[in-house]
Design a protein around this ligand. Structure first.
Ligand code: GLU
Length: 310
């Protein structure tokens, strides 16, 4: 009998990432995403990269990025390679936008917010209004370009999330042609995140379920740019007793550098892990040793949001 001569392709390595925006210090909600993505990567022998999503300059808070890096270090996270800073990546985003322009997929748009508000007919998934396509066939005469948008279509963009199951969106109905470069000249988060995930070879995205509704836009962009689509797992987001996502707006407290073990234990409990409570009084390294040995992806609650007790 012939011995198969073809050497099987090695499975692509797992490469995960954590991608905070420096709009404030890390809080418990961001810690949950960091812990979930870190342990999912490390327990599969994967790499874990850190990316600072500081593309939206007006929202960056001075000093927040450095504070995030220091907190991650104090909590015992170890990332592979240097931190990637989106604020240094304009050339890569411009090249992607150029490719989309050349393919006829991106077009300039003259609409102001008010014009969109006056002409849009449908709400969008993220609370705004679905773009009605006013500039799709060209800029109205005499109007200068403000933003650049990506054409979408009415078919379903669908994916199966490892935690939340199947999600499908008609981008035309639920979002409309969406912005790649904003009227203020800054690249949109959707473009930056997709270009960076591809450039860093990310195979697995584990992040909060507040980003579920953006995922079909990111998958559409990956398809337009010829990039592979990573696997996705959207973790439940931590909400306050009123059901609002923990964030700077809901005044979530910053993580304290000297409570690392306790906060890590809380994050593991939130993710359904049966972590012994006494580890909260141990060293962060002991919590990580426990997490690396006992991490159970199957135990993570398949919910989009979980309220913390008041
Ligand atoms: N920068 C985004 C945030 O802080 C996360 C993006 C992502 O993980 O894809 O909400």
């Amino acid at each position: 009998m012939a011995v198969p001569s073809a050497v099987p392709e090695p499975a692509p390595r797992y490469r995960g990432r954590f991608a905070p925006s420096p709009t404030g210090p890390l809080h418990f909600g961001s810690l949950v995403a960091a812990v979930g993505s870190y342990l999912d990567a490390r327990t599969q022998g994967g790499e874990w990269l850190l990316r600072m999503e500081d593309v939206d300059r007006p929202r960056n808070v001075p000093g927040a990025a450095e504070q995030i890096v220091n907190t991650l270090e104090a909590y015992g996270f170890a990332w592979d390679g240097p931190v990637l800073w989106q604020s240094e990546r304009d050339a890569a985003y411009e090249a992607a936008l150029d490719a989309l322009r050349r393919a006829g997929l991106a077009y300039p748009c003259a609409c102001s917010r008010k014009e969109i508000a006056d002409s849009a007919r449908r709400p969008a998934v993220d609370g705004g209004l679905a773009y009605p396509g006013t500039c799709r066939e060209g800029l109205p005469p005499g109007r200068p370009e403000r933003a650049w948008r990506l054409r979408v279509d009415g078919s379903d963009t669908a994916f199966v999330d490892r935690l939340q199951g199947r999600l499908a969106q008609s981008l035309e109905r639920d979002v409309g042609d969406f912005v790649l470069r904003r009227a203020d000249g800054l690249f949109a988060y959707q473009l930056a995140v997709v270009v960076d995930d591809a450039a860093q070879g990310i195979t697995d995205i584990v992040r909060g379920a507040d980003l579920l509704a953006s995922t079909p836009r990111q998958i559409w962009l990956q398809q337009c740019l010829g990039y592979p689509t990573p696997r996705y797992a959207h973790l439940p987001v931590a909400a306050n007793a009123a059901g609002e996502k923990l964030s700077k707006q809901t005044l979530a407290p910053a993580l304290a550098a000297d409570c690392a073990a306790g906060e890590l234990v809380r994050a593991l409990c939130f993710l359904g892990q049966a972590v012994p409570a006494e580890l909260a009084r141990a060293r962060p390294a002991d919590v990580w040793a426990w997490g690396l040995e006992h991490w159970s992806f199957a135990a993570i609650p398949r919910q989009r949001s979980i309220s913390l007790p008041a």
